[in-house]
Design a protein around this ligand. Structure first.
Ligand code: 3PG
Ligand code: MG
Length: 399
């Protein structure tokens, strides 16, 4: 973040898209806390911070009369908590752009903070609208993009706005820099063996990731619902488990590619089964390729946990994206928990570990292990696309 902030009005795009409960209270403030170093640096150096973020998808959840549900999606819900974390007053403006926003930005003194209203209240935001971006740009003399979590969106506040700042007046924030640096530790010349753990419900969500990983990892651990499509590709019986019939051939191809490249693919040898998709369902454990009719695999079994644990123990670099089972239900959380513990233990023994992607991050946080892995990403979709090798619009626009 190579800018001099002294006496400057700094427009900062952060990703404060945090979960709120029905009383509009923040249930996980990780993304806010991760943006603090950037904000503190700006303030300490005598700059004023004008903060922009989106929250939710307000234009996809309009009120019945077609208006925006301001009460639900206003950034004002975050003001007090941000103020507490920064230890300073946070001014709020009910506009993102416009006369009030301009006046509020102009009135800021060095060291002061202004939080603007939800960028997505503006129709042009998700379209990357140039007029909107230009008006945003006029609010600040410098632009800092610290919104890694939204870097995969080509929106007015994440991408277009950067065009209106000359070279030398815009920079990535510290979080953005950390995200890129840590992802590159996995992608570029990692310490081997390199193991990727990929989980989640569907193969179709992770095709590009799996294809790319097979090109450079040593071990690929596949868990979660998607594992059963692979088990089927090997001719196994998966009962009522989630299988994407139209992805069985693809799974077979991935298995062949992996074998050709000498990548070891680890599927769960056994599974914890349920007779319905329900936290209180009846349970049993069987081999993952011999699942009886009417039963479905909702978690990896004890043999799989041990097998995956051994692979992780012998890895020097670990990438984890996606849970091993339906970990929101305690009865099917053990597999994901055991992988989280194994990643933490490998990290303690010197491995570099990156956890990226919404659900695996939630699992690590839930277990209080976030500070026992090397890096926890704030990006779900953004980290996935970065790992897939895509150029993220929010990053590209700064070039
Ligand atoms: C996210 O949480 O995925 C980012 O904040 C981006 O939000 P979006 O998926 O609604 O674009
Ligand atoms: Mg998203």
């Amino acid at each position: 973040m190579n800018l001099s902030f002294q006496d400057k009005k700094v427009l900062v795009r952060v990703d404060f898209n945090v979960p709120l409960n029905s009383e509009h209270q923040i249930t996980d403030d990780t993304r806010i806390r991760k943006a603090l170093p950037t904000l503190q640096r700006i303030l300490q150096e005598g700059g004023a911070a004008i903060i922009m973020s989106h929250l939710g998808r307000p234009r996809k959840k309009l009120r019945e009369d077609g208006s925006i549900d301001v009460e639900r999606f206003t950034l004002a819900h975050l003001r007090q908590h941000l103020s507490d974390l920064l230890g300073t007053t946070v001014h709020f403006c009910e506009e993102t752009i416009g006369p009030k926003a301009t006046a509020a930005a102009n009135a800021l003194n060095p060291g002061e903070v202004l939080l603007l209203e939800n960028t997505r209240f503006n129709a042009g935001e998700t379209k990357g609208d140039a007029d909107l971006a230009q008006q945003m740009a006029q609010l600040g003399e410098l632009y800092v993009n610290d919104a890694f979590g939204t870097a995969h969106r080509e929106h007015a506040s994440t991408a277009t706005v950067a065009q209106y700042f000359e070279k030398g007046t815009k920079a990535f924030g510290l979080l953005m820099e950390a995200e890129i640096t840590n992802a590159n530790k996995v992608l570029n010349e990692p310490n081997r063996p390199l193991t990727a753990i990929v989980g989640g419900a569907k193969v179709s969500d992770k095709i590009l990731l799996l294809e790319r990983l097979i090109g450079f990892v040593d071990h690929l651990i596949v868990g979660g619902g998607m594992a059963y499509t692979f088990v089927r590709a090997q001719g196994g019986q998966t009962g009522n488990s989630l299988v994407e019939e139209d992805k069985i051939d693809l799974a077979a191809q991935l298995l062949t590619q992996a074998a050709e490249r000498g990548v070891s693919i680890h599927l769960p040898e056994d599974s914890v089964l349920a007779d319905e998709f329900n936290a209180n369902a009846n349970r049993q454990t069987t081999a993952s390729n011999a699942i009886p009719e009417a039963w479905m695999g909702l978690d990896i079994g004890p043999k799989a946990r041990q097998d995956f644990g051994t692979v992780l123990q012998n890895s020097n670099t670990i990438l984890w994206n996606g849970p091993m089972g339906v970990f929101e239900m305690p009865a099917f959380a053990e597999g994901t928990q055991s992988v989280a513990l194994a990643v933490a233990s490998a990290t303690k023994n010197g491995a570099f570990s990156l956890v990226g992607g919404g659900d695996s991050v939630a699992a690590v946080n839930q277990m209080g292990l976030a500070d026992q892995v090397s890096y926890v990403s704030t990006g779900g979709g953004a980290m996935l696309e970065f790992l897939e090798g895509k150029e993220l619009p929010g990053i590209k626009a700064m070039g």
